[in-house]
Design a protein around this ligand. Structure first.
Ligand code: BG6
Length: 491
């Protein structure tokens, strides 16, 4: 196994993401022996922390997030260093370069540097440019930039940010994080499709009736009201995670499993995605907002009563949509998506519903056959189910749905550091397959902008309210009923 050796610089080292995801992920890689002992992490942020303080914080985060033996924790956290940083001051970058140079000598690292942006996005461009102009990217090894979401707020801001970072890094050096691409079962979509003879021949509009992707959460906006008010579920979940899953489900088989070939097939899907704009938006999309309700028997407030949320807010916390991919393979097959906060369950599932048989030989007493379904369970359980029809027990014939279930045992629970661990490791190895290319962002933002433009008009209808603890507004059912479809239960 290759053991990458690198300095990782984390911008935003005092923040929540670093604490909850990055430190535990780096630790897990270290513990599993995937990371060489020749590594150092430099945390930078505004606060006046010291090496001791960051080490204490790293230890605390690992104690709370990682289970099992952590006896090597001190040895691990001694690889962490801290630099108080002002992103607009040149001297901060010089100090950073000096510190990295000395760590490269100390740990015998050959000039490989990862710059991880885990802070307020408005600084991403400034930091990238300064890293270049102040010589921090000038090394004898490789340099890579990892960028967290949100990558822009719309197409224009995403393009501006991209232009800024491209001044300093080439496309090959940029790793745009979409943590869904690090999830085990999202990565499995490609394998299920391209390593099984029984699915790919049916994977088209002749045999598939519709595809349903649900990503529901029970949490509300928590302490992110400020961010979420400007984002909403469309930007927060659909532009990135949901469209990534659509691309993986709809892409043609790549000619080989390389980063470029896979990305190029995914990009073709987004190019074929029908733009929904103007009056069409209301027909293809439903937006909702959670009201008060009950989650696990506990009363929870509505979105408009959350901290840092405008009491008259029209921000959507739920989106359901019907996506059409206008190409030969998918013409006429709706890809339904829905995602929201404060829903009934925390769950991400994909249901592929196959078309009905041309006739039902078992039609007796109005008995209908159950649709054949392939369900990909992304989280919290990981696995695949296939719903078929079998014979009802007994002499009288008739049919009964039979479900074949496979579950992964190594379940880590949802939103664990696991996805980050894989993505960080991929980045260290220089494998960008599970990161978003600029062309994907370009197309997905253009798709999203056409919808948000309509929703943000003052004259438009408010989002439909749904009680917390439900599967969203009833109008999301109507979206499917029009085509004679229904949301399949997500359990
Ligand atoms: C993030 C969103 O990208 O994904 C959050 O910003 C959301 O609002 C989260 O809660 C969901 O991720 P997961 O892995 O818990 O499904």
């Amino acid at each position: 196994m290759e053991k990458p050796s690198t300095v990782i610089v984390i911008f935003g080292a005092t923040g929540d993401l670093a604490k909850r995801k990055l430190y535990p992920s780096i630790y897990n890689l270290y513990k599993k022996g995937q990371l060489s002992k020749k590594f150092a992490v430099v945390g930078v942020a505004r606060r006046a922390w010291t090496n001791e303080i960051i080490r204490e914080n790293v230890s605390a985060s690992i104690k709370s997030e990682v289970e099992g033996d952590i006896s090597d924790l001190d040895e691990f956290s001694n690889h962490f260093y801290y630099l108080p940083f002002d992103v607009t001051s040149k001297s901060s970058y010089h100090d950073l370069d000096n510190l990295i140079n000395s760590l490269e000598d100390e740990y015998d690292i050959q000039g490989n540097r990862i710059f991880y942006m885990a802070m307020a996005p408005e600084f991403f461009g400034t930091i990238a440019l300064n890293l270049k102009t102040e010589g921090v990217t000038n090394t004898k090894g490789w340099t890579r930039l990892v960028i967290e979401k949100p990558f822009g707020h719309n197409y224009d801001s995403a393009k501006k940010l991209n232009d800024e970072i491209r001044e300093a890094f080439t496309e090959d050096e940029i790793y745009r994080i979409d943590h869904y691409l690090g999830k085990e079962m999202v990565q499995n979509i490609e394998v299920i499709r391209f390593a099984n003879a029984i699915f790919e021949p049916l994977w088209n509009n002749r045999y598939i009736s519709n595809v349903q992707i649900t990503s529901s959460e029970t949490l509300g906006v928590e302490d992110r009201g400020g961010y979420y008010e400007n984002s909403g579920a469309l930007r927060d979940m659909v532009q990135n995670h949901m469209l990534q899953m659509v691309s993986l489900l709809a892409m043609d088989p790549p000619i080989r499993l390389t980063t470029d070939e896979i990305r190029s097939e995914k990009i073709k899907v987004l190019r074929a995605l029908r733009t929904i704009k103007g009056d069409k938006v209301e027909k293809y999309f439903v937006r909702g907002q959670y009201g008060p309700g009950k989650i696990n028997n506990n009363e929870v407030p509505g979105y408009r009563s959350e901290d840092k949320v405008n009491p008259d807010s029209n921000t959507e916390t739920f989106v359901a949509g019907k996506l059409m991919i206008d190409n030969h393979r998918w013409a006429g097959v709706p890809f339904y998506i829905r995602t929201g906060k404060r829903m009934k369950e925390k769950s991400t599932k994909i249901v592929i519903q196959f078309k009905e048989l041309p006739m039902n030989l078992y039609y007796k007493n109005k008995e209908t056959l159950h649709s054949n379904l392939l369900i990909i369970h992304i989280q919290p359980d990981e696995g695949i189910s296939l719903t078929l029809n079998g014979k009802k027990l007994g002499p009288t014939g008739g049919t009964v749905p039979v479900r074949l279930d496979y579950r992964n045992d190594g379940i880590d629970g949802f939103n664990t550091p696991e996805a980050y661990e894989r993505l960080l490791y991929d980045c260290m190895l220089g494998d960008a397959t599970n990161f978003a290319h600029w062309d994907e962002l370009d197309l997905s933002w253009n798709f999203i902008d056409a919808i948000s433009e309509v929703w943000e008009k003052k004259s438009k209808k408010e989002p439909f309210l749904y009680p917390s603890g439900t599967m969203g507004p009833n109008e999301s059912e109507d979206l499917l009923q029009e085509n004679g479809h229904k949301w399949w239960p997500i359990t």
